[in-house]
Design a protein around this ligand. Structure first.
Ligand code: FE2
Ligand code: FE2
Length: 365
């Protein structure tokens, strides 16, 4: 039975527990020595983990462990190391504990649900999405959206991203539902402007459906497939939705595709050109940005300002926000994603130079 969880890990504490391992990569530190960067997770959150090995290990020893870990991404491993803060982000350093990483742990006595990283009530999310689809007045569009989400591979289970926002099991359906609700609230808040509620719901729910083809299940986790970066989720969505064009008329389908194609706004290839496309783009931004702020604030103490790695800007945690986060019970302190920076064995970051306002004497190793 699992006793130690990500959410209870404190800086400088010894860690020795089972976690799901993914996002495995082989990196090189300032001293040119190789180390393994990965993410460890359980049902309470995710942490970055650096495997340095012990002093006597050769480059080929580290490479061997890397091969073993990368081939078993999504599996449960015994992680034995020490927790440390580096620039405000909690992580785990593994030295001697590397001996446990040559093969997955014995999981005969653990419960799988302790290892699924998802704060989402997927059943409730799915129910709300299906109920929203039911309210689409245009029968053809309603059939299109229902068919597309129910036939897509993992729409209700896959993450919406790997790290920045909604990067957990069920994240895609949670994000899609949020975008639909926010887009509808934009529509209801406007005075004297009429938007197509049908297109808003359809476009919002389907805007990221291409992400179903961006991740595949590996063990207890979802990992990106080459399509994630080679093709991208907007192009994947366009290709996928083409199969469902027969359900609606050409004009409605064109406007739906436009919402999907332009949902990244100025960061995409096509700027929104309809009111519905702008509403979905703005709703998408709100859902993503507020979750990024929320994630960044999880590693900030009440009353502190720190550099947010996801928001790429400073974030402030007011004492009242800290109370709200604790009540929500979605992880709290210690629920952090990988920080994405290269850190050498001495704890020096050789990524960008942005400084956290948390004590920079805290080092990750
Ligand atoms: Fe997107
Ligand atoms: Fe999105």
């Amino acid at each position: 039975m699992k006793k130690e969880f990500i959410s209870s890990i404190q800086p400088n504490a010894a860690v020795d527990s089972l976690f799901v391992v993914d996002e495995v990569s082989l990196r090189s530190g300032n001293n040119k020595k190789s180390y393994i960067s990965c993410t460890v997770s359980d049902c309470t959150g995710r942490l970055s983990c650096k495997v340095w090995g012990d002093a006597g290990m050769s480059e080929s020893d580290i490479a061997g462990i890397y091969n073993s870990l990368s081939q078993s991404q999504g599996s449960i491993f015994r992680i034995a190391g020490k927790a440390a803060l580096y620039k405000g982000e909690l992580g785990i350093n593994v030295n001697d504990g590397i001996v446990y990483l040559s093969k997955p742990a014995d999981t005969s006595r653990v419960s799988e649900k302790d290892f699924i990283n998802s704060p989402v009530d997927i059943a409730a999310c799915k129910k709300q999405i299906l109920a929203l689809i039911e309210t689409i007045g245009d029968e053809g569009l309603r059939t299109l959206v229902l068919s597309a989400v129910t036939k897509a591979d993992g729409f209700f289970e896959k993450p919406a991203a790997k790290g920045r926002h909604h990067g957990y099991t069920g994240g895609l359906c949670e994000h899609s539902l949020e975008v639909a609700k926010i887009a509808l609230s934009i529509e209801s808040g406007l005075i004297g402007v009429k938007l197509s509620r049908d297109l808003l719901i359809a476009g919002a729910i389907l805007h990221d459906i291409g992400k179903c083809g961006s991740f595949e299940k590996k063990g207890l986790s979802y990992v990106p497939v080459p399509e994630y970066s080679l093709i991208g989720h907007t192009a994947s969505a366009m290709m996928y939705l083409t199969h469902y064009s027969k359900f609606t008329d050409a004009e409605t389908f064109r406007e739906l595709l436009h919402i999907v194609q332009s949902h990244h706004g100025e960061h995409g290839e096509t700027l929104p050109q309809t009111a519905e496309a702008w509403a979905v783009h703005l709703a998408d931004n709100i859902s993503a940005k507020i979750h990024e702020v929320d994630e960044d604030l999880k590693s900030v103490n009440a009353g502190e300002i720190a550099w947010g790695k996801r928001t790429d800007s400073f974030v402030y945690k007011s004492p009242s926000h800290a109370d709200a986060s604790a009540q929500r019970g979605r992880g709290g302190e210690g629920t952090h994603a990988a920080n994405g920076h290269d850190i050498d064995k001495s704890g020096k970051d050789f990524g960008d130079e942005k400084k956290s306002q948390r004590s920079i004497t805290d080092s990750f190793q």
